[in-house]
Structure formats: C-alpha cells, structure tokens
Ligand binder design. Structure first.
Ligand code: C5P
Length: 234
C-alpha cells in the first residue's frame, strides 16, 4: 500500500489550488477532494429551491434531504444528484456567490465537514478549500496555503467566462473576488486563515509545475515514503 497521508491546500479563489491539488494527487496516487464543490452544491440548490436561509428549521430539513453521490479520484471530484452529474453547473461563475453566501452558516459548514471527513476516512488525499488545514483536517501531515495578487487571481478566474460572448471586465471580476475573499476571511464560522503549520506559497509569478515542485519538496521531507515519486503532469 502506498503512503496514506492527508495533504491540505487552502487559499483564496484563483490562487491555483485546484490545478496544484490535482497534479499532486496524480503524482502521489491520492484522491482529490474539492470542498468548494460541496459549498457550491449547497448554494446552488438553496437558490434553486428559494430557500429562506434565515429559517433554521427549513435549512436543516433541506440539508438532511440533500444526499449527493461523490465520485473522487486523482483527476476529479464529481458530484451527482439523483443520478445526474452536476459538477459542470457548479463551476458556473454565478454559483460562486451563492456558495459563499451559504458558507457563513454553521449548519452548512457542519454538513460539508462531515462529508469531507467521511471521504478521508482512509487517508491518501489532497483536499483543497478555505478551512481544510485549520478546521476540517487540523491533523493533516502536510499543509499548504497558496496566494497570489488580486490582479493575477482575477485574470485566472476570468478564463471561466471564456465561452461567453460578453465576459465581465477584469475590474469587475477583481471586485467580485475581493468581495468574496472579504466574506470568506471575516465570517465568524471557520474563516479563511493561514494554518499555523502551513507552507505559504505566492503563486503570482509561478506556473503550476513550479508550485507542485515546491509542494513535493515539502511532502518528501514529511512523508519519506514519497521520496521516489516523480511529478505527473496530467
Ligand atoms: O473554491 P471555490 O471557489 O469552489 O469555493 C466557493 C466558495 O465556497 C468560497 O468562496 C467559500 O465561500 C466557500 N468555501 C468555504 N470553505 C471551503 C471551501 C469553499 O467556505 N473549505
């Protein structure tokens, strides 16, 4: 059996977490866990059903009834509702705001955290989000925090609109990101923070392979059984 550690990657949107997490998971033969997809699922479904987020009883009934199936491997994190894959719709830019609106609610955080911990029961995963190293997996063997300038992150996020005729301006994307960062970092429940024992990497001027190289150097120090693994780029 290969190494079965837990590796967390936290940081704001557009810092490069997903790309780096997938590359690391492929290299290590670990599963990739995308916690943001679960917040997106809750936000999207709450909006679809016009849920009153202030109604605690309705919220808890909604969460109890929300039973996605999850298929995780090294490349992807796929969510299904009633047998239909919903991963694609969850990446829609409009769902980002709905996700961060529900992410402030403790019952929603508990719902997501319980699912993530269940998926990680056997270890062997790279998990990314905002509170993975601080709250969900404080015992993780290796923790990273990726960050980049707002301008760079906005430029990366703007590619999400690449199929649109009228993508929003770079300034508008940057404003929305800054707004979401503020909400994620200042909420009372599990705010986005740098875990005390995380390696912080500024990805502004780095490509994903360079970031992965730095991450692997750290992982090899902590998990010696990973010493011989070569970076997989696909
Ligand atoms: O990472 P992604 O952009 O998919 O996350 C969407 C939103 O979900 C974030 O802006 C944040 O509000 C919330 N989130 C969170 N905690 C996590 C992951 C995501 O609050 N661990």
């Amino acid at each position: 059996m290969g190494p079965r550690g837990i590796i967390t990657i936290d940081g704001p949107a557009g810092a490069g977490k997903s790309t780096v997490a997938r590359l690391l998971a492929a290299t290590l033969g670990y599963l990739y866990l995308d916690s943001g997809a679960l917040y997106r699922l809750v936000g999207w479904q709450a909006a679809e059903r016009n849920l009153d987020l202030g109604d605690t009883a309705a919220l808890s009934a909604f969460l109890e009834g929300l039973q996605p199936e999850v298929a995780a491997d090294a490349q992807g994190f796929h969510l299904f509702l009633d047998g239909q894959e919903v991963s694609q719709v969850l990446r829609e830019p409009s769902v980002s705001r709905e996700a961060s609106r529900v992410a402030v609610l403790p019952p929603v955080r508990d719902w997501v955290t319980a699912r993530l911990r269940h998926l990680a029961a056997n270890g062997g995963m790279v998990a990314e989000g905002r509170d993975l190293g601080t709250v969900v997996f404080p015992q993780a063997e290796v923790k990273f925090y990726l960050d980049a300038s707002l301008e760079t992150r906005a430029a990366r996020r703007r590619q999400d609109w690449q199929n649109d005729d009228a993508p929003p301006s770079p300034e508008k994307v940057a404003m929305e990101l800054a707004d979401r960062d503020r909400r994620d970092a200042t909420r009372a429940a599990a705010p986005m923070r740098v875990p005390a024992d995380a390696l912080v990497i500024d990805t502004t001027n780095l490509n994903p392979q360079e970031v992965v190289r730095q991450c692997l150097a750290r992982i090899r120090e902590v998990l010696p059984e990973t010493a011989g693994l070569e970076m997989k780029t696909g």
